[in-house]
Design a protein around this ligand. Structure first.
Ligand SMILES: Nc1ncnc2c1ncn2[C@@H]1O[C@H](COP(=O)(O)OP(=O)(O)OP(=O)(O)O)[C@@H](O)[C@H]1O
Ligand SMILES: [Mg+2]
Length: 452
């Protein structure tokens, strides 16, 4: 009973026990570019819906055996995205009201004209389009330039989503280079505040003497050099988000000032008698363990609890499995585009080394490495010889679980080199050997062709 048109036409299912009504509506819709299908009973419609993807259902209310209401309930329970138009006879307007309550989106009262039919269908199409645009935008925005498919990153995405839907303060923790700032931006740009500013403030960088004026602003003449009124970060971010980066480095005097704003949502510019109300959301980040700082009396416990309403922990790169390779591809593409050159290929040993490396500098370290490789390596294939020493060594690591003494020694040296970021003198010191011995060990690996 189907008459198919094209793949992008909207698919409409008409359900009515009257063959004549079905034919008229189907002909009209097909003639206007829709893809119309018909069913003569609720039972047929239920089966049809289980096998096909339909955008809009037009159903009669009164049918023998099961009614249109049964179909509406079935659709609402199983296919939340389908738009439903209910057809009802004039005296049954109360049924229409019930149908809308049960989940129909619109109704047509018999007898209706072609124009009324098209209007109703068109309204449904607009609803579908709006919803689909919002959904696809949401999908795009939710990851906001953040690459990652691993379970741990999925968890981060969930937290971002949750944080974006509220005004609560957020505390982002994670080691250096894991992506704390990009997470903070993702929260802001997915929230209702996205059109107001996102203002990053590095708490380490503000000297105590300038602190109040930087955060809360000042009025002309408040102090020597205050030549005019100036807004502080909190006011600049009014309606938006202030990002307090490296909050673990904030001095105790800054902490007490921040606590006051969080409690009262009020600021007083330096030298001003006036108190200003601000609607600024606070997101803070730190690579330090604030609970440790609290124990040492370096961080205020009350501020910690004010900030930590929603916490987001950004995992180390080494905990993200294959995300490393996704990021590698992403950065390789990005930098070769920027450089206007062909995207390089990475040899298997390079990929192995990259996967085995400990990445103490996390995503930023990977990003810098790929950028350097794209810029300096002339050939199309990147080999282990192009990698920094600490990483070249990973290519010959004991990933196969070999317990040969030689391999265990190599693996240990590799770990130490990673720790010292490739600094051989420091590594030799830690290993209790001299640099020459270290070099000859490394050379032995090279000669045995363990990487290349
Ligand atoms: N998941 C990701 N996808 C793509 N790029 C990322 C991702 N995570 C981080 N980056 C990039 O890595 C770099 C470091 O990220 P970011 O500055 O957010 O880290 P951070 O945790 O704030 O580091 P630090 O503690 O050193 O300030 C940035 O260039 C960022 O764009
Ligand atoms: Mg940062």
């Amino acid at each position: 009973m189907a008459e198919s048109k094209s793949d992008d036409a909207y698919k409409v299912l008409i359900v009515d026990d009257s063959l004549q009504t079905l034919e008229v509506i189907q002909r009209n819709l097909n003639a206007n570019g829709y893809d119309a299908y018909t069913c003569r009973s609720v039972r047929d419609a239920v089966r049809f819906l289980s096998e096909s993807t339909i955008d809009i259902v037009i159903t009669d209310f009164k049918m023998p055996r099961q009614s249109g209401l049964d179909l509406i309930r079935h659709i609402r329970n199983n296919f939340k995205d389908i738009e439903i138009i209910m057809i009802t006879g004039y005296p049954d307007i109360e049924d229409a009201v019930q149908a809308i309550k049960d989940g129909a989106d619109d109704y047509l009262v018999k007898p209706f004209t072609d124009a009324e039919l098209f209007d109703a269908v068109q309204r449904m199409v607009e609803k579908l389009n709006n919803r689909r645009t919002v959904e696809s935008k949401d999908k795009l925005a939710k990851t906001y330039g953040l690459i990652g498919k691993s379970k741990k990153m999925q968890h981060v995405f969930h937290r971002i989503e949750k944080a974006a839907s509220t005004n609560a303060t957020v505390l982002i923790s994670g080691e250096s280079g894991t992506g704390k700032e990009i997470v903070a931006r993702a929260i802001h740009y997915n929230s209702e505040r996205r059109r107001a500013p996102f203002v990053p403030v590095n708490c380490t960088a503000i000297p105590d003497t300038l602190l109040e004026s930087e955060l809360f602003g000042h009025v002309k003449g408040a102090f020597t050099g205050a030549k005019e009124n100036r807004k502080g970060f909190f006011q600049i971010a009014d309606g938006g988000t202030i990002f307090l980066d490296e909050i673990g480095d904030a001095s105790l005097s800054m902490q007490s000032k921040l606590l006051r704003v969080l409690q009262n949502k009020e600021i007083r510019p330096v030298g001003s008698p006036q108190i200003l109300h601000v609607n600024t959301r606070v997101i803070a980040a730190t690579h330090k363990n604030l609970l440790d700082l609290i124990k040492k009396d370096l961080f205020r416990e009350d501020l910690y609890y004010r900030l930590n309403v929603i916490d987001v922990n950004v995992p180390n790169l080494s905990e993200r499995g294959d995300d490393i390779l996704c990021l590698l591809n992403y950065f390789a593409k990005k930098f070769s585009n920027e450089m206007n050159c062909r995207m390089p290929v990475f040899s298997d040993n390079v990929l192995k080394a990259i996967k085995n490396h400990a990445w103490p500098g996390n995503v930023r370290e990977l990003e810098n490495l790929i950028q350097r490789l794209v810029v300096i390596v002339d050939s199309d294939v990147i080999q282990t010889a192009d990698l920094p020493d600490a990483m070249r060594f990973s290519a010959s690591s004991t990933a196969d679980g070999s317990l040969k003494l030689e391999n265990v020694i190599l693996s240990h040296i590799q770990q130490v080199l990673t720790k010292t970021k490739g600094n051989k003198t420091k590594a030799a010191n830690l290993l209790g050997i001299d640099r020459k011995t270290l070099n000859s060990r490394l050379k032995k690996t090279e000669d045995s062709g363990n990487y290349g």
